[in-house]
Design a protein around this ligand. Structure first.
Ligand code: GRF
Length: 203
């Protein structure tokens, strides 16, 4: 399968995917990495792995629509089977998302549907949650709202801080995302009418 990964930052999830592919755990290749930010470490990770990258800097565009037009042009030229959002921090319009429904994944650092949006670790701590975690979901027009494919739970200890919680969650992210991408590439995951399926059973 042809995979395109979209990033905005350090790309540790991108690295987890690169490593899993090198180990033969994912039946696919990353054909390109696209970043909306220049000079992020994820671009260095792509270069180190010999993966071509494209920067589409949202600040160079007059609003979201022209940015997204450029982004979809770049994606479509790459003819991907799967688009993986890995720390991609731009909100996407429904017009952009719709053509990719069922083939675009996102990872979000909370147990969705809890804590959509930003500052998830802080909110989990403030609410005194005993459990927190990470979700991988199909991307739909609703921000962090598409059907959940898989989650990993982490226990929240009294001693946890935002930073320690983030580290725990990220360790889980780096295991979970390659697993889900592997399942997708083996055609075990599918999507129809807002529902995610694993081996043809609704998740
Ligand atoms: C991850 O915590 C992911 O859940 C969130 O952004 C972060 C990206 O980290 N959406 P990285 O760029 O993969 O290191």
């Amino acid at each position: 399968k042809r995979i395109v990964v979209l990033i905005s930052g350090s790309g540790s999830n991108l690295q987890a995917l690169i490593d899993a592919i090198e180990l033969g755990a994912i039946n696919g290749q990353i054909v390109a990495v696209i970043s909306n930010k220049p000079d992020v470490y994820g671009l260095t990770r792509a270069a180190n792995a010999g993966i071509p990258s494209i920067v589409i800097d949202h600040r160079q565009f007059d609003g979201r629509e022209p940015f997204e037009a450029e982004l979809s042009k770049a994606i479509n030229q790459l003819a991907p089977d799967l688009i993986v959002l890995a720390g991609f921090m731009r909100i996407l319009n429904s017009e952009f998302v719709q053509p990719y429904e069922g083939k675009m994944l996102n990872i979000h650092p909370s147990l969705l549907p809890k804590y959509k949006g930003l500052q998830t670790h802080k909110r989990a701590l403030e609410n005194g949650d005993k459990e927190h975690g990470v979700s991988v979901h199909f991307v739909t027009a609703e921000l962090d709202g598409g059907p959940v494919i898989a989650q990993r739970i982490v226990k929240v200890e009294d001693s946890d801080t935002e930073q320690s919680l983030q580290q725990k969650v990220q360790r889980q992210e780096h295991q979970l995302y390659p697993e889900v991408v592997a399942r997708f590439c083996n055609e075990r995951l599918s999507y129809q009418d807002g529902i995610a399926y694993l081996d043809d059973k609704p998740i």
